[in-house]
Design a protein around this ligand. Structure first.
Ligand code: DP6
Length: 323
């Protein structure tokens, strides 16, 4: 029997956002979404079965984690154990090169890597669809980080039909502008609940996102980068609008973030094509063509630390272990 396995996964940046669940128990999203898996900021996770019957242990970047992070991992492993018919507890060691809580979705790379490593040690199915469905149970957006390059997450009707798969799309690049690497005050999960419970715009958000996803899939098929960028920017700003409309209001974008959106608009006025997006945090990501990425990065460097990213690999098993 395999005693340990290690997997690596990368975050993904949504071009059509996932914001809301129709079933939180099995993590069904209220709409489908679409993303690019990044080639930077990997999470590497080793899952090692315990032979001494001790409890699950989580180590994040070398430090033992307790509280909510450990509970989330234990709940996820309980699901894995139930499916595998196993009672074995595990030591999970994870090394994360994402600024945690900065809106660069470390939970996506984290649960994609955990699902992949855990499926290997607990001997669950390891095909892409099964891994995507399982990763979804840890964190919705993690189902997309299983996938190479560009992924659509089909909202689905039930556990079996809600998974991500690869799509063809033109070559894109992104420029991540880290305006603030600090943690966020309200988790995405909490803010999604608040949106469903208190925003008068929640239904409009769901309806418009479902339409945008269809348009985005068509733009990807046609290789229309300009349309992809326009749709992504509109969808991101609509998501932040619905988030701000909660009671109490949640605002992830800071003044500096809005400054980056303004700068991106100015770049377009100056003839350089780039479009903005942002997840549940203050950092802004410019979507552009690979040939324009260096110029966009130079232009935005005054707003924060910039990193150019490209489409990256889906989650996979690796040989090295996290010590
Ligand atoms: C703003 O996947 O982190 O990044 O499913 O509750 O774990 P849970 O939420 P999570 O939410 C991601 C929200 C987002 C948009 C996106 O990635 O599509």
């Amino acid at each position: 029997m395999t005693i340990d396995a290690t997997a690596r996964a990368h975050p993904n940046m949504a071009l059509v956002k996932y914001w809301g669940k129709r079933d939180e128990q099995i993590m069904l999203p209220s709409t489908g979404s679409l993303s690019m898996t990044l080639d930077e900021f990997p999470t590497t996770t080793t899952v090692q079965l315990r032979e001494d019957h001790g409890p699950d242990v989580l180590e994040l970047n070398g430090a033992v984690a307790q509280g909510e992070p450990l509970r989330r991992v234990t709940r996820f492993l309980d699901l894995v154990r139930e499916r595998a018919g196993s009672e074995a507890r595990a030591v999970v060691r994870s090394r994360n090169e994402v600024p945690t809580g900065a809106g660069l979705a470390s939970s996506a790379s984290g649960f994609a890597a955990l699902a992949t490593a855990a499926s290997a040690v607990y001997e669950l199915p390891q095909d892409t669809r099964s891994l995507s469905r399982l990763a979804r149970r840890g964190s919705g957006s993690a189902c997309r980080s299983i996938i190479d390059r560009m992924a659509v997450w089909h909202a689905g009707e039930d556990d079996a039909t809600s998974f991500a798969e690869q799509i063809e799309a033109p070559e894109l690049a992104m420029v991540v502008v880290v305006v603030d690497a600090g943690g966020k005050k309200v988790s995405s999960r909490e803010a999604m609940r608040l949106t469903a419970a208190t925003s008068p715009f929640a239904a409009a958000w769901r309806a418009s996102t479902a339409r945008t996803l269809e348009e985005m899939l068509a733009a990807c098929r046609e290789g229309d980068v300009e349309r992809i960028g326009e749709l992504a920017e509109t969808n991101a700003l609509r998501m932040h609008a619905v988030i701000q409309s909660t009671v109490p209001s949640v605002r992830y974008l800071r003044g500096a973030s809005v400054g980056v959106f303004d700068a991106i608009e100015q770049l377009r006025a100056d003839g350089l094509q780039a479009w903005g997006t942002a997840d549940a945090g203050p950092n802004v990501v410019a979507i552009t063509r690979p040939a324009d990425a260096a110029a966009v990065a130079d232009a935005l460097a005054g707003h924060g630390e910039v990193r150019v990213v490209r489409p990256g690999p889906g989650a996979r098993l690796v040989d090295e272990r996290v010590a």
